[in-house]
Design a protein around this ligand. Structure first.
Ligand SMILES: Nc1ncnc2c1ncn2[C@@H]1O[C@H](COP(=O)(O)OP(=O)(O)OP(=O)(O)O)[C@@H](O)[C@H]1O
Ligand SMILES: [Mg+2]
Length: 371
């Protein structure tokens, strides 16, 4: 540690002696549990990455933390600074039980992991919103029945399902609708979120994901963009960190027992690129297809009614003009842009002229999907 750094810390201790964050108040009660979260250094040099730290051994960390902070007064929302290994690294005090007081040798100090920040959602998408994709909806009915009454399935539970198909065809939306309909939490991940910075990080993230899921079970783990990690083994050798995630994922998927109450849904645009070891773990492969003419009509009819402006164009004509567009493209590129253009032009309805302009724009913007 540099002399400069030490000096800064002495100043901060003096200042903190008058506030509650760092001072030692001998008459305060001892606390049972303190949860802290790594925050980082109070100052970082320009261009330097923010650093985060973690522990592999909570028991060891507890001894280490008590050795330096025993006698320190702690209260929620304040900060505490490391003094040994990473001088001045700050931790936020997330909770103190039973209430503010001082750390003693009997206090348990828990380091909250950054990886706790896995997205767990209760979405509000409904199956009624999904057009087409009948096979996927049927499979979802089975999963729903399983999550509602796992005992009926014995050893024949749905465990791992792969949604595949063109981008914007409703894979993520269907997983969300499933979570909503069953009222269970869904852990939404992108496969690349699982890749770690250092050896072992990826495997740990996967393990954390599944152990958190098992605490919240019954639940759904949705791993989007699976192709980003589940590439054929011949490509994986280039990226050890990716292979590590895949192996950890395979072993977690194998470890799911009939009692786990966890359904893993993977999603990919390119199933052909997936390694067989991954593909074979999925008992159902469900294709999400681009709408046929009837479905596209149904989609346009449903979503055009939701626009906050009257929609005045023959929907059969529009259906014919938008062949091969996915649900996302119809919504985001055609309907949304038409509304925006109508607003820009101060119109009080979306008419065929506006839609034509949007379609010409989409066609000339070299969108490869628009044929
Ligand atoms: N079958 C569908 N029925 C209704 N809306 C759809 C459908 N497909 C797509 N959409 C609309 O497009 C949006 C994007 O769909 P979603 O994110 O589910 O696609 P995806 O298949 O997961 O795409 P990606 O492969 O790019 O992740 C949805 O939020 C919805 O508004
Ligand atoms: Mg998606």
């Amino acid at each position: 540690m540099t002399g400069k750094k030490r000096k800064i810390r002495e100043i901060s201790i003096k200042r903190d002696d008058i506030s509650v964050g760092y001072s030692k108040i001998s008459e305060s009660p001892g606390v049972d549990e303190v949860v802290i979260k790594p925050i980082g250094f109070p100052l970082i040099a320009l261009g330097e990455e923010r650093q985060f730290i973690r522990t592999d051994n909570p028991k060891l960390f507890n001894s280490y933390a008590i050795a330096q902070w025993s006698g320190t007064y702690v209260t929620e929302g304040t900060y505490i600074f490391d003094q040994f290994l990473f001088p001045d690294f700050a931790f936020e005090i997330i909770s103190v039980k039973p209430g503010p007081g001082k750390i003693t040798s009997g206090t348990s100090i828990v380091l909250q992991s950054k990886e706790k920040l896995i997205r767990k959602e209760f979405p509000n998408v409904s199956f009624d919103d999904i057009i087409g994709n009948h096979e996927a909806k049927r499979k979802c009915q089975i999963i729903m029945k399983y999550l509602q009454d796992p005992d009926r399935f014995g050893e024949w539970i749905p465990k791992n399902v792969l949604f595949y198909g063109h981008s914007g065809t409703g894979k993520t939306m269907t997983a969300k609708a499933l979570a909503n309909a069953t009222n269970v939490p869904i852990f939404l991940m992108r496969a690349t979120d699982l890749i770690g910075l250092h050896v072992g990080d990826g495997a740990r993230k996967v393990h954390n994901l599944y152990s958190e899921a098992s605490e919240s079970s019954p639940c759904i783990i949705f791993i989007d963009e699976l192709d980003a990690i589940g590439l054929d083994r011949k490509y994986q050798s280039i990226r050890g960190d990716v292979a590590e995630v895949v192996n950890a994922l395979l072993s977690e998927m194998d470890g799911i027992t009939n009692q786990s109450g966890i359904v893993t849904i993977g999603a990919t645009n390119t199933p052909a690129l997936l390694d067989d070891s991954i593909k074979n773990r999925f008992e159902s492969l469900i294709e999400f297809k681009i709408f046929d003419d009837n479905e596209r009509y149904e989609f346009l009819e449903k979503y055009s009614r939701r626009l906050p402006m009257p929609f005045k164009m023959d929907l059969h004509r529009l259906t014919n003009m938008t062949k091969n567009l996915s649900g996302r493209e119809l919504k985001e590129k055609i309907l949304k842009n038409a509304l925006h253009l109508a607003i820009l032009e101060d119109k009080d309805e979306i008419n065929e002229e506006i839609i034509q302009k949007v379609i010409i724009h989409v066609k000339t913007s070299k969108n490869p999907m628009f044929t």
